[in-house]
Design a protein around this ligand. Structure first.
Ligand code: GTP
Ligand code: MG
Length: 344
């Protein structure tokens, strides 16, 4: 899907308007297809009715998917992979690990470890299957400036020796665990296979999901195809930008669209999608219950697996399975250490 779409082909869009649209981040038909007429008329200096026409035309150009046969659905489901957290007890709770072709929502308060989970999965997705990985690469949509290459470095060095040996061999890196030159090379290779993009606002985040789809599609035949997409945090921008009660419906509609884009990447490219979500810190706040994730029902219905992370003593964290098809609810414990996520 071209992201630099020919906006000039849309009705009422000349070169000047096209440029304004692109400057405002509307560089694809999909982005325009989900814009509101008000928003567009403000950013591109066109009347509301022209804006509505542009949106309508963009919807017709945008690829919104189609039907497939039951046999195709079955074939797709047979490809589902499971991605390990590197903690047996948590993998068991998940029925083997984080699934591809699903959205997994990890929610919890600040410091509960959501971002640590996203980092750990960027490492484990690259491991061979015998070591809990999917021999794949990762994408990271970062809305809170949360991605830390140094932490990936810690986590790669913290892998079990057998996993390090196996990945060194696979990447043709000469050396062994603990050998500094080889470890440095290995860390760099892991970092090369993590594609990070910062999202500056919610619209940008939506556009990045479209770019993510392009990248997932381009890398499908690579040695390390994209098998994981993290969105950390899914909701922060939406929460900050749509503050009033009157904007709630608009926010949910956007968030819903965004989630469906993510879901589609997961389905089409056999990718695990992991999104993080904070809980409301202030029980009096409009956003409500301090133990409930932001986003309400729409998010609940779209994410297939929901995990609630909670702080416990010291470096311990409790992972609770809140909602999952065909899996019992339950809890397990892990620790966040220098090496990353570890068993209790
Ligand atoms: P918010 O994004 O603020 O909502 O929090 P979060 O849920 O993403 O928390 P995050 O994953 O950032 O977890 C932070 C916790 O992980 C810290 O409180 C530390 O306990 C632990 N942690 C983070 N980095 C390190 C590290 O380099 N070494 C060790 N040992 N622990 C770390
Ligand atoms: Mg975080």
């Amino acid at each position: 899907m071209a992201s630099d779409a020919d906006l000039e082909n849309l009705p009422g869009v000349g070169p000047a308007t096209a440029e304004k649209l692109r400057d405002a981040g509307f560089d694809s038909f999909q982005g325009l297809a989900v814009a509101s007429p008000g928003e567009l008329s403000n950013t591109a200096d066109v009347g509301e009715s022209t804006a509505a026409d542009i949106i309508q035309a963009a919807r017709e150009h945008a690829d919104v998917g189609g039907f497939e046969s039951g046999a195709q659905v079955l074939e797709r489901r047979e490809q589902i992979g499971k991605l390990s957290w590197g903690v047996d007890e948590v993998d068991e709770l998940l029925g083997g690990g984080v699934e591809t072709q699903s959205i997994t929502e990890v929610y919890g308060e600040f410091g509960s470890g959501k971002s640590q989970v996203t980092h750990q999965l960027c490492v484990s997705v690259q491991l061979p299957e015998e070591h809990g990985g999917l021999h794949g690469a990762a994408m990271f949509i970062d809305s809170e400036d949360t991605f830390r290459p140094e932490r990936i470095d810690d986590m790669v060095r913290g892998l079990p020796d057998e996993a390090i040996e196996a990945t060194m061999e696979d990447r043709e890196i000469e050396g062994e665990p603990g050998d500094e030159d080889a470890m440095q090379e290995l860390v760099e290779d892991f970092l090369d296979k993590i594609h990070v993009a910062k999202a500056f606002n919610s619209n940008h985040q939506i556009l990045l999901a479209e770019k993510a789809r392009d990248l997932a599609s381009e890398t499908q035949d690579d040695d390390y195809p994209i098998r994981l997409l993290n969105v950390d945090s899914l909701t922060a921008h939406f929460r900050a930008e749509y503050v009033g009660r009157g904007e709630l419906a608009d926010r949910q509609q956007k968030l819903n669209k965004h989630l469906h884009d993510l879901m589609r990447i997961g389905d089409l490219h056999n990718t695990a999608v992991l999104v993080t979500n904070q809980v409301s810190a202030n029980p009096d706040a409009f956003f409500g219950d301090p133990t409930q994730p932001i986003g309400g029902n729409i998010l609940g219905h779209t994410s297939t697996f929901r995990l609630y992370l909670r702080k416990s003593k010291g470096d311990k964290r409790i992972v609770r399975m809140v909602d999952a098809p065909n899996l019992p609810d339950g809890e397990s414990v892990m620790r966040i250490t220098e090496n990353g996520l570890e068993p209790e």
